[in-house]
Ligand binder design. Structure first.
Ligand SMILES: Nc1nc2c(c(=O)[nH]1)N[C@H]1C(S)=C(S)[C@@H](COP(=O)(O)O)O[C@H]1N2
Ligand SMILES: [Mo]
Length: 198
């Protein structure tokens, strides 16, 4: 009986669902433009800008430690999906291999097909962020960014580039594709940072 009265309110599942979001059962696809199709052997992540230039191939990425993490994902179009299981290389492990130059403070993610999105290094270099190649134990489907995408769960999902091919380090914040089109420069779902005037 008592349990009935002492149960926590679960509308926001203990604070896991940001304001204005509703739970998605399936995994929606959101792409501006066409899905990119290429094989893992063609994956290259180029390090450019304010860093020693280098490239990570598929083999290079698989030679780094692999992590499997469970994340809640929040999209600016109001869906939240809980407990998504991702496998890949932690950004922190990748960055052990990257030599930044003085002044680097931000990064532009660039995708095959031209999508871009910007992050501060503080938001980029976090232990939960992944260069993900596997979702729910299966190779990441092309429509969701396979062979390789970024997953930055603490920000809206537009901050996670699908078909990642370049990380350009910068000495200031510059807008990526959606940010140029009115989206917020940071995109914190719990602060409701959807548009640039939020
Ligand atoms: N390359 C690329 N990455 C992208 C996008 C895109 O259009 N192109 N859309 C972004 C947006 S707005 C969202 S919500 C998520 C959607 O990922 P999903 O299709 O796997 O759900 O990818 C982000 N990354
Ligand atoms: Mo989105």
């Amino acid at each position: 009986m008592l349990g009935k009265f002492f149960k926590k309110p679960h509308d926001d599942l203990g604070g896991r669902v940001p304001p204005g979001q509703t739970l998605a059962a399936r995994f929606p696809v959101l792409t501006y433009g066409p899905t990119q199709h290429y094989s893992p052997q063609e994956v290259v992540v180029k390090i450019t800008g304010l860093a020693e230039p280098r490239q990570f191939t598929w083999a290079d990425l698989l030679a780094l430690p692999q992590a499997t993490l469970t994340h809640d994902i929040h999209c600016v179009t109001h869906w939240t999906k809980l407990d998504m299981l991702w496998t890949g290389v932690r950004v922190t492990d990748l960055m052990q291999q990257v030599q930044l130059r003085p002044g680097a403070s931000h990064v532009m993610q660039r995708s095959v097909g031209g999508y871009t999105t910007n992050l501060s290094l503080e938001d980029f270099v976090r232990p939960e962020n992944l260069l993900a190649h596997t979702y729910n134990g299966q190779p990441l489907e092309a429509e969701h960014g396979g062979p390789l995408r970024l997953v930055v769960p603490h920000l809206y999902f537009w901050k996670s580039a699908k078909w990642l091919t370049e990380l350009e380090f910068m000495d200031s914040d510059r807008p990526g594709f959606w940010e140029k089109n009115g989206y917020h420069m940071r995109g914190d779902p719990f602060a409701g940072q959807r548009y640039d005037d939020d």
